[in-house]
Design a protein around this ligand. Structure first.
Ligand code: CAA
Length: 241
């Protein structure tokens, strides 16, 4: 029987590519999304993947949302924590709301989501959790004290939970994408992207969402049971960690 995979932020950007790749690999996929109904409806009609709307920064919303997914599709055996936002600003201009929105959505969601599925995974002695972190959690990025902190926090969370889950057949890994061709990166001011970012990428181009999706599919597979607590960099050589 095919496994159930849940992808947060799964209807756009990297998450949509991940959801589609998991579907192609034979998983029953649920794609969570936070707000963009139009994009979610389009994604659903194009792919046939079930979509579920809730806010991953809310513990209670995650509890309710995961329960719904499990009732409709079955126990979640693969969880991809992909949902993330940016609220870029230099620290001297950053508002408390910009800090907390990013920390609660990007990092808080790992607790909110993993907590819903971890007991079931432990009971069944199998689980795959992949957290989509970022190159900017590894190297830091000006304008992103909030985002870099959240993404670095995801790496620590990954390493800790990997230790807790190992004996129960649960692997937990982080992928750190570099600059990927998505709406999030397209929102970076064009001159900054061209002048400051692209020249730092040795392969000379942005990554594509499908390139991250292929890493996820491998980490989710039974074949990847030896890999846990890892941080996989997929950034075109921009930063070696
Ligand atoms: N790298 C190097 N230099 C940068 C830079 C960057 N990423 N971003 C800005 N700068 C430079 C600017 O070119 C500018 O330099 P000059 O004064 O020499 O022209 C200086 O910093 C100040 O920049 P701004 O005038 O734009 O100042 P601001 O206060 O209006 O905005 C900012 C600052 C918020 C950092 C804005 O420039 C910005 O949004 N930069 C992009 C930050 C970024 O890289 N975000 C990543 C988003 S994608 C993502 O997060 C996905 C992922 O995981 C990789």
């Amino acid at each position: 029987m095919s496994r159930v995979a849940l992808v947060t932020g799964g209807t756009r950007g990297i998450g949509a590519a991940v959801a589609k790749a998991l579907q192609a690999a034979g998983y029953k996929v649920a794609a969570n999304y936070g707000g963009n109904d139009e994009a979610a409806a389009k994604f659903k009609s194009e792919t046939g993947i079930a979509v579920f709307k809730w806010d991953v920064s809310s513990f209670d919303a995650c509890a309710e949302g995961v329960k719904k997914v499990q009732t409709e599709l079955g126990p979640v055996e693969v969880l991809i924590n992909n949902a993330g936002i940016t609220r870029d600003a230099m620290l001297h201009r950053m508002k408390p709301e910009q800090w907390s929105a990013v920390i609660n959505t990007n990092l808080g969601s790992l607790f909110n989501m993993c907590r819903q599925v971890i007991e079931g995974m432990r009971e069944r002695k199998f689980g795959r959790i992949v957290n989509i972190s970022s190159i900017n959690g590894q190297k830091g990025q000006m304008g992103q004290t909030n985002y870099s902190a959240s993404k670095a926090g995801e790496i620590g969370f990954t390493k800790a939970l990997a230790q807790e889950g190992a004996r129960a057949g649960i692997t937990v890994n982080a992928i750190c994408p570099g600059y990927i061709n998505t709406e999030m990166v397209q929102a970076v001011p064009k001159d900054v992207l061209e002048k400051n970012i692209l020249p730092q990428i040795p392969i000379g181009r942005l990554g594509e969402p499908e390139e991250i999706a292929r890493c996820v599919v491998f980490l989710a597979s039974d074949d990847a049971g030896l890999i846990t607590g890892s941080t996989i960099s997929a950034n075109g050589g921009q930063y070696f960690a």
